[in-house]
Design a protein around this ligand. Structure first.
Ligand code: ATP
Length: 486
């Protein structure tokens, strides 16, 4: 690709991201938090359609884990946890990122993001070389070396344009708050930075009360909080976000097999979202986290390039062993098959719900040119998989009179216990179809005068925009069949 073509691609992708953000606001998917107060950086609210989309993705993940695997159960642990949990997990000491500040602009950067951003501006070979060098320095926690690299390559601050940098330092990403009334002695506690620890501390409760036999998993979805220093990329990187995590407890020595199993199983899940394989790749970690003996990311090709959407980590017995040590409570499991007590090893899959929403939006969003020789025309359509669409069926009477609204209402009453419907009688049918395209509704039903005569309706398909007549009585079952998750 020539330089111009590379530049054009970057611009197009940047525009696409901006257009998605604009579309999400205009159509009630995602709003900036506290917008009337000029917003709160890297915090977002979901609107009426965003919340449905997010809920559907969560439900699909939840059922894939807890319904489709007999040996996985779910829990819902509290956000607040005993402060020692985060000592035991290593977060108090290790949950930090190397940062560097520009002395002129006072802007703080995550070192890896700064170098990655610079690498993207280079030719591929040079960019890869610098990233490899960065990985090695990060793996060795060589902060002086990282600063040297930034200075040697004259990487400058995007705001001040200068290379006047502080030393590289570590910053902890956990938010803290206080628990207890003012009168009492207040205790500092943390807002959980991951949901996983709620599973670890409940491992024995679930194992015993559920009579679970290893291998088995515990799944959970819920909020997590990280004081991300560089928070950008819309809902890709937020300070308050939701995770969907599953910890799979296995016999020590079998973790590598289970790691491979979950890598493959999770990739299959991603492909089941109707996303083509070339939009995904695995990224194996060079620098392993303090708890892992193998780890990889599943990356998706977002408008801003390939980025992590999910992590699969072989966490060894690190967490349970440390919780046993810090709590003084035994966390071993008795394996009747081999007559041995041991602390299980853990393979975890950890996916960000908001990042998945962004992935589904990026994949679904399309600006389609429909111009013909006679007239200019275009539409924005969200091609969601029907099972994830916020609204499954729109029912549109052609006119507001002649008993057509009554028939439409009857159809909605029949369908709404089963899936989310939308009723609208205002504006021309064409305009109403386009509004449904923009929120990703896969099926529109039009009730017209012929319906009264022969009990048929027009169904209009979002993706192909084709229309056909089908029996009114068959609509509910047809939609139910198309939105099935499994
Ligand atoms: P990153 O390298 O992007 O900061 P991470 O490796 O720290 O992510 P994990 O700790 O493995 O992420 O968390 C698991 C998943 O949680 C990630 O794959 C991502 O989808 C999601 N996630 C993590 N941090 C954020 C965030 N700040 N905003 C939204 N989602 C996040």
């Amino acid at each position: 690709m020539g330089l111009f073509a590379i530049f054009a691609t970057i611009m197009a992708n940047d525009n696409k991201l901006q257009n998605i953000i604009g579309h999400c606001k205009e159509y009630g998917f995602v709003f900036q938090s506290s917008e009337i107060y000029d917003g709160l950086s890297a915090v977002y609210d979901y609107g009426q359609y965003g919340v449905e989309l997010k809920k559907n993705i969560r439900e699909y993940w939840w059922k894939s884990m807890t319904q489709m695997h007999e040996n996985i159960v779910g829990i819902d642990a509290a956000i607040f946890m005993h402060p020692t949990v985060w000592k035991a997990s290593g977060h108090v000491d290790n949950f930090s990122d190397p940062m560097i500040d520009n002395k002129d602009s006072q802007k703080r950067y995550r070192v890896d993001h700064l170098i990655e951003g610079f690498a993207e501006t280079l030719a591929k070979e040079d960019g890869d070389a610098i990233l490899q060098q960065m990985d090695q320095l990060l793996a060795a926690s060589d902060f002086a070396g990282l600063k040297q690299l930034i200075e040697d390559r004259k990487i400058s601050c995007g705001v001040s344009g200068t290379c006047n940098w502080t030393d590289v330092r570590q910053f902890n990403l956990m938010f803290s708050t206080e628990i207890g009334s003012v009168a009492e002695e207040a205790n500092v506690i943390y807002l959980r930075p991951e949901t996983a620890q709620g599973i670890f501390v409940n491992f024995l409760n679930v194992q015993k009360s559920g009579r679970m036999k290893i291998p088995f998993g515990i799944a959970q979805t819920g909020k997590a909080f990280r004081n991300e220093i560089v928070a950008r990329g819309f809902i890709f990187r937020m300070r308050e976000f939701e995770q969907m995590e599953m910890q799979f407890f296995v016999r020590p020595g079998t973790q590598k097999e289970w790691y491979e199993y979950w890598k493959e199983t999770r990739m299959k899940w991603h492909l089941s979202l109707c996303i083509s394989p070339d939009k995904y790749r695995f990224h194996d970690h060079v620098k392993l986290a303090h708890y892992a003996d193998a780890a990889c990311d599943i990356e998706y090709d977002f408008p801003m390039g390939f980025k992590e959407v999910e992590g699969v980590h072989s966490r060894t017995d690190f967490d349970l062993k440390n919780h046993q040590q810090f709590s003084g409570k035994k966390l071993t499991y008795f394996d009747t098959d081999i007559n041995q007590h041991y602390i299980p090893y853990v393979v975890e899959t950890s996916i960000g719900l908001d990042r998945t929403v962004m992935m589904i939006l990026s994949e679904a969003y399309e600006e389609e040119n429909l111009s013909t020789e006679e007239k200019q025309d275009s539409r924005v359509v969200l091609r969601f998989p029907p099972m994830l669409a916020p609204i499954k069926l729109a029912v549109l009477p052609l006119t507001k009179k002649d008993g057509l609204p009554e028939i439409a209402r009857e159809l909605i009453d029949q369908c709404k216990p089963h899936f989310k419907c939308f009723y609208e009688e205002k504006d021309s049918i064409g305009k109403r179809y386009r509004r449904q395209d923009a929120i990703g509704t896969p099926f529109c039903i039009t009730i017209d005068h012929q319906t009264k005569e022969d009990q048929t309706v027009t169904i209009r398909y979002r993706d192909s925009m084709t229309q056909e007549r089908i029996p009114l009585a068959g609509v509910k079952d047809m939609v139910m069949d198309k939105i099935k998750m499994f």
